[in-house]
Design a protein around this ligand. Structure first.
Ligand code: AMP
Length: 189
């Protein structure tokens, strides 16, 4: 199954995507994680993306889409994948759809994880990543509202968006995600 984990910064996409990928035996592809690894390794890609990440801005589409599509082209993704943090704007959503269509593939489910903004900010401040300072968090939420949240409407129109309450214990949220993917109702509290 080709799945996108979608949601605001700090909602737990990375944590949930990693568990889900392990459980389903498919790759977890996080553009943010690829970028962070490139920065840590001092790679050319890292040098190109660091200033955007430090400021909480989107890395330019050309670069991001190239990185995401390269990852999706790996043979390991042939049986499915969990995408986390991509696409993040309308152009990326279109590029992804086009690339999958060209391969005779498609996104099967978009899991939209939700949580109150106050809780998200609290979680991010605790997480303590270099881009988790109050100022940068504010910018990332603005970018999310302006550029990323409209992507949901794009997928609502063409795909199956399923909303999942992201508040609670990691395992409880995972159980809700699995239920949503299986199309069974589950207590969202
Ligand atoms: P994340 O780990 O998903 O929170 O991403 C961390 C940072 O990496 C973001 O704030 C962006 O600077 C960059 N990034 C990750 N994914 C994307 C994307 N799809 N488009 C543009 N920038 C991205």
């Amino acid at each position: 199954m080709n799945i996108i984990l979608f949601g605001a910064p700090g909602v737990g996409k990375g944590t949930q995507a990693a568990i889900l990928a392990e459980r389903l035996g498919v790759p977890h592809i996080s553009t943010g994680a690829i970028f962070r690894a490139a920065v840590a390794a001092g790679k050319e890609l890292g040098l190109q993306v660091k200033r955007y990440m430090d400021d909480g801005l989107l890395v330019p589409d050309e670069l991001t889409t190239q990185i995401a599509l390269e990852a999706l082209d790996e043979p390991a993704c042939a049986n499915g994948f969990i995408l986390d943090g991509y696409p993040r704007n309308a152009d990326q959503a279109q590029a992804l759809t086009d690339a999958l269509t060209a391969k005779g593939s498609a996104i099967d489910k978009v899991v939209y994880l939700t949580a109150p903004v106050d809780e998200l900010i609290e979680r991010m401040l605790k997480r303590g990543r270099p881009d988790d300072t109050a100022d940068v968090i504010r910018t990332r939420f603005e970018v999310y509202q302006r550029e990323t949240s409209p992507v949901l409407d794009y997928f609502r129109a063409v795909d199956h968006v399923t909303e999942v309450n992201g508040v609670g214990e990691i395992e409880d949220v995972q159980t809700r995600i699995l239920a949503a993917l299986n199309g069974t109702a589950v207590d969202q509290k």
